[in-house]
Design a protein around this ligand. Sequence first.
Ligand SMILES: NC(=O)c1ccc[n+]([C@@H]2O[C@H](COP(=O)([O-])OP(=O)(O)OC[C@H]3O[C@@H](n4cnc5c(N)ncnc54)[C@H](OP(=O)(O)O)[C@@H]3O)[C@@H](O)[C@H]2O)c1
Length: 233
Amino acid sequence: MPYALVTGASSGIGLAVSRMLLREGYEVFGIGRDFSVVTDLPENARFHPLVCDIRDTKKLLQLTGAIDVPLSALIHSAGCAYYGMHEELSLDKITEMVDVNIRAPMVLKQHLLRTLKAQKGTLIFISSVTAIFPSPRGAAYGATKAALSAFAESLFAENRKYGLRVVTIQPDLTDTALYRNADFVPGSDMLAHLTPEAVAESVRFALTQPEGTVIRDITLRPQVNQIEKKSHP
Ligand SMILES: NC(=O)c1ccc[n+]([C@@H]2O[C@H](COP(=O)([O-])OP(=O)(O)OC[C@H]3O[C@@H](n4cnc5c(N)ncnc54)[C@H](OP(=O)(O)O)[C@@H]3O)[C@@H](O)[C@H]2O)c1
């Protein structure tokens, strides 16, 4: 049975990826801070929720170090976003984005790279279109995602001789809770946002490529470009 680790498994894209992996026959270790709020948590003996704030490096390494099965897929979806004019963002928010969006995946991958290489496994980073396009009112968030995409590209170059696949997925507006801290939400028109399931499908596509083929990056964009201002931010 293939084994996967998913961060951000308690919500949005990471939760949809976990469900997809379970359908595909994986045993899934899912990291999140709070699974109690998930009303439709996968009820599956092959799903193992692991509670951890990934900013707590010691706990993250302890928890993932205790996974004693050969992981062949690691999908890093955990992320947080704060928006606004850069001079108005608090230091705490900037630090949280750096710690969750780029420091934690670097630490986690360093820790698990040997296992993944031995399996000729697949590392998938859920980055963002803000890694490649300007992100006004999201400059710091976009910078963490650009760093994540650059990290993935170099990790691939460093490890492809071992057969490791590294995939970067760069979604645009997706209908999840990510915008809880923003004064806007993705447009409600069905064509104006991606679904977490559509992003999970791109993860499945990357994982199921024939041997010898790596889909290095995937950029997903809604058909229609539209955001909506929240009435009560
Ligand atoms: N939604 C979009 O439009 C969009 C677009 C491009 C890229 N992305 C990226 O997609 C990824 C998933 O986001 P989402 O849209 O699915 O948002 P989401 O529904 O808010 O999910 C975020 C996930 O990250 C986890 N997380 C956040 N901080 C954490 C921490 N300190 N420790 C452990 N887990 C933490 C959350 O866990 P808890 O809830 O348990 O804390 C949750 O499972 C993020 O990297 C985001 O940047 C999203």
